[in-house]
Design a protein around this ligand. Structure first.
Ligand code: FES
Length: 168
């Protein structure tokens, strides 16, 4: 059976279109849940409340079931606890344009591996697969804002700025 849905996307962030694309390909059927959560995680690096509730509404699956699945499978990451989140895109276009250098620089600078949070819980470093801004490669999403054509040093500066802003 095919479910129709009119659920609005949570924002005009293009990544929601990718999530919606996975649901559409599956006819918005509830059994697309795991695949849809995978797409969400690939796009955002983790699953937060907004994503889980959106998927719940769009696939007509109860929030408790969606949360249950997201917490049961170890391959899903719930929103990291860092105050700031830096998600480096490792999709093909960004990879070719130096995403790995950005990851290596940030890992060294903040002493964390990808998918980890600093000990003081200030920064979580994530990787994502294509944030829909390939023309701006390499792209990084810092606290929800897509930054394009960035160098490792620029990213270090951007992160220092948002972290220092907290101390003011
Ligand atoms: S591959 Fe990075 S935005 Fe598409």
């Amino acid at each position: 059976m095919r479910h129709r849905t009119k659920v609005d996307l949570p924002s005009d962030d293009k990544r929601w279109k990718m999530v919606q694309g996975t649901m559409r390909r599956n006819g918005f059927r509830p059994d697309a849940l795991i695949e849809t959560l995978h797409t969400c995680q690939e796009a955002f690096g983790y699953l937060d409340d907004e994503a889980l509730l959106f998927v719940s509404r769009a696939l007509h699956v109860s929030p408790s079931k969606v949360y249950g699945v997201a917490t049961f499978y170890h391959f899903f990451n719930l929103k990291p606890q860092g105050e700031h989140t830096c998600a480096v895109c490792t999709g093909t276009a960004c990879y070719i344009k130096g995403a790995q250098d950005i990851i290596d620089t940030l890992s060294e600078q903040y002493d964390i591996a990808p998918e980890q949070t600093t000990e003081d819980d200030k920064l979580s470093l994530m990787t994502v697969r294509c944030v829909g801004a390939c023309g701006l490669a390499p792209a990084v999403v810092l606290d929800g804002e897509v930054l394009g054509n960035v160098t490792p040093d620029q990213m270090r500066q951007h992160i220092d700025e948002v972290m220092n802003h907290d101390d003011v």
